[in-house]
Design a protein around this ligand. Structure first.
Ligand SMILES: [Zn+2]
Length: 271
């Protein structure tokens, strides 16, 4: 199991860079969510966690603590640039540390994959003393994806295709750099079938109880969402801890939850 920690930069009362009607925090979140979906759907034995899954304030310390406590294998922090310019640049930590050559190698592969896919102007593979890179205990990189104050680039950023393309570019790079195995088509339904394997951790008649379970799961580091389920006249609130196109990823999540004492099961959800 490879654990990848994605960090959508900024959020909540920190918008990051702003320009052309866009806010960095929205773009980084959209890219990270799309990237998570691509990685979990297309690759085997990969577990992705985000430092935030919605527009909320998370400190830099909270972000690196979450990645370190989870013991992630790789950390990728996603940002959008500003200040007059165009194109793409990436960062690793400037300091001297154990395993720097491996960190450098992984970043290089990701950097090149992104430049190739996006056809971006290459601003270089750089080093800096950023908190996310310095305080994380696993190999880490930070990407700066275009300039929000560049009118031409901002126009593209406003489209869903751009978000998706940036996410695919990152996924290709990560997969190549850390040798992710592609999911065999036999254990995943075709995307057009619109079927998802959902990991359900609790089904409650009272919404309040479902919310409480969601809270407890969150404390243990699992993001979840509630989904109403109708059985005859009764509505149940199911707590969903992951929705996967790939069955073995759903099974991995299930095992992870069972190991810490949650009673969960998998259902197939059709869109
Ligand atoms: Zn930023």
């Amino acid at each position: 199991m490879v654990k990848i920690f994605l960090d959508p930069g900024h959020g909540g009362n920190d918008p990051g860079t702003i320009g052309n009607g866009l806010q960095e925090k929205d773009l980084t979140l959209a890219i990270a969510r799309e990237l998570q979906q691509i990685l979990e759907s297309n690759y085997k034995d990969v577990n992705v966690r985000l430092s935030r899954t919605k527009d909320r304030t998370v400190s830099l310390n909270q972000r690196t603590s979450a990645a370190n406590q989870w013991n992630a294998d790789y950390l990728l922090s996603i940002h959008i640039n500003a200040g007059g310019g165009e194109g793409f640049e990436s960062y690793i930590w400037r300091g001297n540390f154990n395993g720097k050559s491996r960190t450098e190698k992984i970043r290089s592969v990701i950097h090149r994959a992104i430049i190739d896919e996006m056809n971006w102007r290459d601003r270089g593979e750089k080093e800096a003393n950023f908190h996310m890179l310095r305080e994380s205990t696993m190999p880490a990189a930070l990407t700066e994806n275009g300039f929000i104050d560049n009118e031409e680039e901002a126009e593209q950023m406003k489209t869903k295709q751009w978000i998706k393309k940036v996410a695919i570019a990152h996924a290709n790079g990560i997969a190549e750099a850390i040798n992710l195995n592609e999911a065999e088509s036999s254990d995943a339904p075709k995307p057009e079938e619109g079927a998802f394997y959902r990991v359900v951790c609790g089904s409650f008649r009272k919404l309040k109880n479902a919310k409480e379970r969601k809270y407890v799961l969150n404390k243990k580091g699992f993001q979840s969402f509630l989904s109403p389920y109708h059985e005859e006249e009764t509505t149940y609130y199911r707590v969903i801890v992951g929705s996967f196109q790939n069955k073995s990823n759903a099974e991995d999540r299930l095992k992870e939850l069972q190991n810490i004492g949650f009673d969960c099961f998998i259902t197939v959800f059709e869109e």
